[in-house]
Design a protein around this ligand. Structure first.
Ligand code: FES
Length: 50
């Protein structure tokens, strides 16, 4: 995480910020996120496919 307060967007996961909305999500919420398990963020915050 970069800013840790929901400003930079580097931890965005389908519209939820892991730093502000998480870091723990219920299984129901996580499975409803289209990015979950399909991509990750590189060191600059850009999404990469897994
Ligand atoms: S770390 Fe910047 S928005 Fe989460």
């Amino acid at each position: 995480m970069k800013c840790g307060v929901g400003v930079c967007g580097s931890c965005d996961l389908s519209g939820k910020t892991c730093c502000r909305d998480g870091p723990v999500f219920s299984g129901e919420v996580a499975l409803g996120l289209p990015e979950f398990g399909k991509q990750k963020r590189d060191a600059t915050g850009r999404p990469e496919r897994l």
